[in-house]
Design a protein around this ligand. Structure first.
Ligand SMILES: NC(=O)c1ccc[n+]([C@@H]2O[C@H](COP(=O)([O-])OP(=O)(O)OC[C@H]3O[C@@H](n4cnc5c(N)ncnc54)[C@H](O)[C@@H]3O)[C@@H](O)[C@H]2O)c1
Length: 413
């Protein structure tokens, strides 16, 4: 890998779902010749599935393609007819469903077709890169790593680069340079720990938010009203973000945490709630099928009512005093008020921040090289204005740590 003239001239993306199709779009945005593979359709039209996925890109918002006409630059392919084409690719990115067994089966199938220099990377959200690598013959393992884009990949700045034990060091440097200079991404090197950095913290935060939202008996729309722009996070907040990610994908990521982190002190949080499982079972997988926690009915946004299991008009009200507090106070004043308040919405916010800070402090050493990497991963991957450690520091490091300690001593859930 000592080749200094590393260039990605041609790439392939395996899997034309939410992520794969959009990653292919972003590659052609950067003028890289790109093949997009999907499972074959029927015998008459084996490329039917992938062609449909490419067509969808033209209508998607926010636009994955810089101009719609770029869709014609994505070359449709399927595993029955086109594996031979992989040998000319400098980079292959796998973005099929989040299942270790399915990914490993696919690697076994494609390995004989890869070119002598082809780099193969997985867009897995958090499966073990070392375990995935084992599906390749030993001679190919130095050309494998994780390359984790965030959704939507054209717009989310973060890409986590995750080496396995055998990943070639020069290859990682080349990929980082490529991701930064050609695709305009911010790269964080992550360790091969479950869900890497951004999802480990972001999904933990989502689970803690679900836990406390339920304890306070708040509707999904109220939780979103409280956990979006009001606290420096994207409008999509918690449950709308889950819809955008895909509820099935989210469940896979939660299950990865459940299965691979049995010793994690917060393990009881790592469970797919009944209502989420229920939505998955009826095929309400979120934005990709236009129904999930939310759905649009006659131009109005409706939200799932957890207790009734039916949809109702979304109409959450945030307490006016709380809104003012969050808007106009300094970080230290804000957290002091949240911590001491008896108002349920304020108590809810204190609880989710407390758990987030505590989790980051406990896990930092295991999952990231430093606080900066963790903060940037969460900012770039989840679109928060500030990372957890930045928020904590601005609010007063010692004071918050003391309050966390008090809550632990008081056995607060
Ligand atoms: N959705 C997100 O927000 C997000 C973000 C970052 C990373 N990821 C990861 O990207 C990958 C793809 O996720 P997605 O959201 O695009 O999923 P998706 O459900 O939208 O698409 C999955 C794709 O995999 C294909 N597929 C399923 N089983 C297969 C098999 N056995 N062999 C070959 N292809 C198969 C399907 O046809 C489909 O095109 C996953 O590893 C996921 O964890 C997802």
């Amino acid at each position: 890998m000592a080749d200094k003239s590393f260039l990605v001239r041609k790439a392939a993306v395996l899997g034309a779902g939410v992520m794969g199709a959009q990653i292919a779009a972003h590659l052609v945005n950067a003028n890289i010749e790109t093949l997009l593979f999907e499972l074959p359709g029927d015998a008459d039209n084996p490329n039917a599935n992938v062609t449909k996925a490419v067509e969808k890109l033209k209508k998607q918002e926010p636009a994955p393609l810089s101009v719609k006409a770029k869709a014609t630059c994505i070359q449709p392919a399927n595993y029955d007819q086109h594996l031979e084409l992989l040998k000319d690719c400098d980079l292959v990115i796998e973005a099929i469903a989040e299942r270790m067994d399915w990914k490993r089966d696919l690697y076994t199938k494609v390995a004989p077709y890869l070119g002598e220099q082809t780099i193969f990377a997985s867009n897995t959200s958090g499966l073990s890169i070392n375990q995935l690598a084992e599906a390749f013959p030993e001679v190919l393992r130095h050309r494998f790593c994780g390359i984790h884009f965030f959704n939507p990949p054209r717009y989310m700045h973060l890409v986590e680069l995750i080496p396995c034990k055998t990943s070639d060091a020069d290859m990682l440097d080349h990929l980082e340079e490529f991701l930064v200079t050609y695709l305009g991404k911010g790269v964080i090197r992550a360790k091969d720990t479950p869900n890497f950095i951004a999802n480990r913290i972001g999904v933990f935060s989502l689970l803690a938010t679900m836990h406390h939202g339920r304890a306070f008996d708040f509707g999904f729309d109220l939780v979103d009203a409280l956990t979006g722009a009001l606290i420096g996070r994207p409008k999509s907040a918690t449950f709308r973000t889950a819809d955008v990610v895909g509820l099935d994908t989210l469940a896979h990521v939660i299950n990865t945490m459940r299965d691979t982190l049995p010793e994690d002190p917060w393990h009881p949080y790592f469970a797919v709630p009944d209502w989420l499982q229920g939505l998955i079972e009826i095929g309400a997988l979120g934005e990709k099928v236009k129904r999930g926690v939310y759905q649009k009915i006659k131009n109005e946004i409706h939200v799932l009512d957890r207790a009734e299991q039916t949809y109702r008009l979304s109409a959450a009200e945030v307490d006016e005093d709380l809104k003012r507090l969050l808007k106009y106070s300094s970080p230290a004043e804000k957290f002091a008020a949240l911590h001491s308040s008896q108002q349920p919405q304020a108590q809810f916010l204190w609880s989710i921040f407390r758990d987030l800070f505590h989790y980051c402090a406990v896990q930092l050493e295991t999952i990231a090289d430093n606080t900066r990497d963790l903060d940037l991963a969460v900012r770039w991957g989840f679109g928060w204005n500030q990372g957890p450690f930045e928020i904590w520091q601005a609010a007063g490091w010692k004071q918050i740590a003391d309050w966390i300690q008090e809550d632990i001593a008081a056995g607060k859930p």
